[in-house]
Ligand binder design. Structure first.
Ligand code: TRP
Length: 374
């Protein structure tokens, strides 16, 4: 059972044991002491309180420097392979909170090159178009339009490439094979790619010609890239970027990660009210087979996708979440009722999001790094 899961930047399968994963990757779990450092700057974000963001590398350095007046830059990204779903925006929301809380700049990388290289059937035209669509979702979350820059790899390559080259020169094929599982059938673009994902971590420092700390909040599945990136940083004259990692956002079917390979268990930001109702209606729950049984035995929120959606995104109020947990366990609230309530919450969120997404079209042109045109 213990080894029964897999987490890589390209594949997530099985029941993830997050403690074991942190141990395998060698990341540090967030403890109360670190949380109290966050707390100095305001009320803890729900994703920190609930240990959804649960693991890190060198977060203390970020605080130490910040407290000396050396602000960090935030960096995160997205491989634009399809429409944005809730699992994508979850860490982006945390990034937005970090930007507001610490008043810092943000770099958002869209790796159209990555998706072109790694996906059999993707064309560069499509990955670029998806980057545009995904960027609208990112902007809709309310990032500071002046402090946030959108990188598109094939556009900003001129600036990224010299940094990527320095990184690439320090990573040999045997390391790439060990970290990413490449073999002799892997195309050579894919082997180089990790140096493109490393580049934005050093970009702010490169542009300012001094060390600017970089913090990367993202899903823990990206750690292999940043492990490689950190390993070479010092030898090419930069400091190591820090990371703060979240768990994967679960699928509606009960799987540990929401995935576009299962569209009926995935909620996209562009879904209609009806689609959401249908998908949530079919969600995996922790209920019993009959109403009578559930009234007596109660439900099991731990395994319930509907509960997880409240926990991860849709119920910010800890008291209300605890009440929901209790009422479920006591058999007071049944799955149907819970599904209706969640559908309503998701639809309220999506309606607002979709409006903001439309408005994002007016500003997206001003947010591109070095002013590239979409
Ligand atoms: N590889 C990531 C993906 O497939 C995209 C990405 C690029 C990224 N730079 C990043 C993700 C920085 C997190 C942080 O989605």
């Amino acid at each position: 059972m213990a080894e029964d899961f897999k987490v890589t930047p390209w594949e997530v399968t099985g029941d993830i044991d997050y403690d074991l994963l942190a141990e395998r990757f060698g990341t540090t779990q967030i403890d109360d002491e670190l949380l109290s450092r966050f707390e100095r700057y305001g009320k803890l974000h729900m994703m920190l309180r609930r240990r959804i963001f649960y693991s890190h590398r060198d977060m203390n350095t970020i605080f130490d420097e910040y407290e000396k007046g050396n602000k960090f830059v935030l960096y995160t990204g997205r491989g634009p392979s399809g429409n944005t779903h809730l699992g994508h925006i979850m860490p982006w929301m945390f990034n937005k909170w970090m930007q507001d809380t610490f008043n810092v700049d943000m770099l958002f990388q869209f790796t159209d090159d990555e998706k072109f290289l790694f996906k059999q059937d993707a064309s560069l035209g499509e990955t670029r178009k998806m980057a545009y669509e995904n960027a609208l979702d990112m902007i809709a979350l309310g990032f500071d339009t002046k402090r946030t820059k959108i990188i598109l790899d094939t556009e900003n390559v001129r600036t990224l490439y010299p940094i990527a080259l320095k990184v690439a020169k320090k990573i040999n094929f045997s390391t790439a094979k060990a970290v990413f599982g490449f073999d002799n059938t892997t195309n050579i673009g894919s082997i180089f790619y990790t140096s493109m994902q490393a580049a934005p971590a050093f970009l702010a420092s490169e542009m300012a010609s001094r060390n600017i700390p970089c913090l990367i909040p993202c899903g823990i599945d990206q750690d292999p890239h940043f492990r490689a990136c950190r390993d070479v940083a010092l030898s090419i004259g930069y400091t190591k970027p820090s990371q703060i990692y979240c768990k994967m956002f679960p699928g509606l079917s009960g799987s540990d990660k929401m995935s576009s390979s299962d569209p009926t268990a995935t909620i996209y930001t562009t879904d209609s009210n009806k689609e959401v109702k249908k998908k949530v209606g079919k969600a995996f729950t922790g209920g019993c087979v009959s109403v009578e049984e559930q009234r007596v035995k109660g439900g099991n929120p731990e395994v319930c996708a509907v509960f997880k959606y409240n926990y991860y995104l849709f119920e910010d109020d800890d008291k209300k979440l605890n009440e929901l947990t209790e009422r479920c366990r006591n058999g007071e609230i049944l799955c149907g009722e819970c599904k209706v309530a969640l559908t309503e919450k998701i639809n309220v969120f999506l309606e607002k999001h979709q409006e903001k997404r439309e408005k994002a079209k007016d500003v997206i042109g001003d947010m591109t790094f070095e002013g590239f045109k979409w």
